[in-house]
Design a protein around this ligand. Structure first.
Ligand SMILES: Nc1nc2c(ncn2[C@@H]2O[C@H](COP(=O)(O)OP(=O)(O)O)[C@@H](O)[C@H]2O)c(=O)[nH]1
Ligand SMILES: [Mg+2]
Length: 380
């Protein structure tokens, strides 16, 4: 088996890696959305799991939890890492929560930065950079709240933010349309650089332009989630049951769930990863390294130090390798010279030997001549 086959096999086994974060105040349907997205219970509802009335008065702040799930989308394996942020927005002062989430995103970048600077790569290193943040807006029927503006504005410099309206079935179609409009107006007014399915009319093909424009027009996505299935028209579907009928999670007339799911795990997965790597991470990296040079501040010193340290180490390693090469070259040269001298000596010896032979053999023939004459003489 060739090495490329092995490589491909390994990739297939591991699947495409993707990391998704969800944020939003408690009860907006984050957990249910995750479970609907993965089609199984990945996270149990925090409300049922963690609620303790004795602690209800305490300000707990945000916790960051990640869980890995293996999915298969159209025959492609996806290694999905889901990061949930329970407790966000539950406090009166959310400053600590903002910092906590931002810190998490930046730590993943720092890890890559450090790994990139290493001479010897760690084969077990995991890239945990978050490629998309699905931000849940409470279905108030209005625009954004201060909390939404603040968090989306701060995080969008570090992650692709995709705004959604959670529990969209609690609004009427008219309310939902109005709310979407108000939210987008706020996003524009406050200049929040969300992920808006970017396209280039000049460069992109018609299909991409249409697809992206269509997705952009749905922003913020109206999400309905459920972890129960019902029989609707003879089919088992993920739905929410109401006295008047069902809201089918996967029906595009009822919610944008499928549009978002297809974009995240299919059509836009690569784009989200590319923007994360080539734009968001690259900006972070430049900020980190240049800040360190300019101010020498403690916070940025690490990355800068790391980079220069690794540069020095690499130089040192190069120097040592060059030295070793030079030594080898000298040794070979020395050996060649020795061999040549040896050869010359041998040649010299050989010639001497030949000369001696020649001399000796001429003496022998003279002796022979003498002997034979003696014999002849004697025989006479
Ligand atoms: N009406 C409606 N209720 C939902 C939806 N998604 C979740 N819920 C319900 O809202 C409550 C909180 O949902 P959960 O997913 O735990 O929210 P989280 O706190 O953001 O993780 C639960 O009782 C869910 O059953 C939805 O799309 N529509
Ligand atoms: Mg939850």
């Amino acid at each position: 088996m060739s090495s490329t086959t092995i490589h491909r096999k390994k990739n297939m086994k591991k699947g495409i890696q993707f990391c998704l974060m969800v944020a939003g105040v408690s009860g907006t349907g984050r957990t249910t959305f995750i479970n609907s997205l993965c089609n199984r219970k990945v996270i149990s509802s925090a409300a049922a799991e963690n609620y303790d009335p004795k602690e209800a008065h305490q300000e707990k702040g945000v916790t960051i939890r990640s869980v890995g799930v293996e999915l298969e989308e159209d025959g492609t394996r996806i290694s999905l890492n889901i990061v949930d942020t329970p407790g966000f927005g539950d406090s009166i002062d959310n400053e600590a929560s903002f910092a906590e989430i931002l810190g998490y995103l930046e730590r993943q970048y720092d890890d890559i930065l450090a790994e990139e600077s290493r001479i010897k790569r760690n084969p077990r290193f995991r890239d945990n950079r978050v490629h998309a943040l699905v931000y849940f807006i409470t279905p108030t029927g209005h625009g954004l709240r201060e909390l939404d503006i603040e968090i989306m504005k701060r995080l969008s410099a570090r992650v692709n933010v995709i705004p959604v309206i959670g529990k969209a079935d609690s609004l009427t179609p008219t309310e939902l349309a109005e709310s979407k409009k108000l939210i987008m107006e706020d996003i524009e007014y406050y200049k929040i650089p969300i992920y808006n399915f970017p396209y280039d009319v000049e460069e992109d093909d018609e299909l991409t332009i249409d697809e992206n424009a269509e997705l952009r027009s749905k922003l913020p996505f109206a999400i309905v989630g459920s972890d129960r299935t019902y029989m609707v028209d003879g089919k088992e579907v993920l739905a929410r049951k109401y006295p008047w009928g069902h809201v089918d999670v996967e029906n595009p007339k009822h919610s944008d769930f499928i549009a978002l799911r297809n974009a995240l795990l299919g059509s836009h997965l690569a784009d989200l990863k590319e923007i994360t790597h080539f734009s968001l991470y690259e900006n972070y990296r430049t900020e980190r390294l240049s800040k360190g040079v300019a101010s020498g501040s403690d916070a940025s010193l690490n990355a800068e130090e790391l980079a220069s340290q690794s540069f020095m180490l690499k130089e040192e390693q190069l120097r040592r390798e060059e030295e070793k090469l030079r030594e080898i070259e000298l040794k070979v040269q020395r050996e060649i010279t020795e061999k040549r001298q040896e050869l010359l000596m041998r040649e010299h010896e050989l010639r001497e030997m030949e000369a001696r032979f020649a001399r000796e053999s001429s003496v022998v023939s003279q002796d022979d001549a003498t002997t034979s004459s003696v014999i002849t003489a004697g025989g006479e």
